[in-house]
Design a protein around this ligand. Sequence first.
Ligand SMILES: CC(C)(COP(=O)(O)OP(=O)(O)OC[C@H]1O[C@@H](n2cnc3c(N)ncnc32)[C@H](O)[C@@H]1OP(=O)(O)O)[C@@H](O)C(=O)NCCC(=O)NCCS
Length: 195
Amino acid sequence: MYRMLLDIPESYPTERLIVRAYRDGDGPMYWEMAQRNRDHLFPFEAHNPVRSLQSEYEAENLVREFAAKWEFRQQFFLGAFDRQDGAFAAQIYIGATNWDVGEFIVGYFVDVDHEGMGYVTEAVKGALAFIFDHLQAQRVILHCSDANPRSAQVARRCGFVEEGHLRQNITMANGQRCGEFYFGLLREEYLQQQI
Ligand SMILES: CC(C)(COP(=O)(O)OP(=O)(O)OC[C@H]1O[C@@H](n2cnc3c(N)ncnc32)[C@H](O)[C@@H]1OP(=O)(O)O)[C@@H](O)C(=O)NCCC(=O)NCCS
């Protein structure tokens, strides 16, 4: 697989969202978003770099790092923006875990003011088309805490199959122990869902 030769679009539309790669100049928006979401991300994403940003400059630096990782086809960070008002609604992360077998991992968080509206499910369904069609994936995986039912619901709504359940393998930010669900979706399962 000559990954640098793949023609990968920098955005995709969904019914209510434009989901796109971050770009130069997104720093102020990202900084504002980071401040709004710091507490919201604490329980399940305590180590997300969004939470440690200290300034607009750091945010601009981070979005440019995202763009560099995209360029080298290592990681794909996308912002999902409301088509009506342009507001940041969610972030989608796609990581190349194994280009040789065509395996990618998906992650996400929703903006605190956009939770419970179906935006993440919508953006992840669009991400699956992006991954299977443009990255030529054979398999997409998703890991989430077993103490995070909202996240597991996103996986199930998007058609992922539970492949494993690790028990008490994580200590959460609040000190409590939890386990982890391992979800997977194969190319043929995805194609069947599209019929
Ligand atoms: C996990 C997380 C992304 C889930 O976000 P979410 O907004 O609940 O997810 P969805 O976009 O799928 O929204 C689902 C809700 O929208 C409702 N909804 C409204 N319109 C909808 C539509 N068109 N389609 C689907 N659901 C819709 C659903 O009924 C559901 O409501 P409920 O929560 O009352 O059951 C979010 O809680 C989050 O970011 N948490 C913090 C970070 C985190 O946990 N990240 C994941 C780490 S693995």
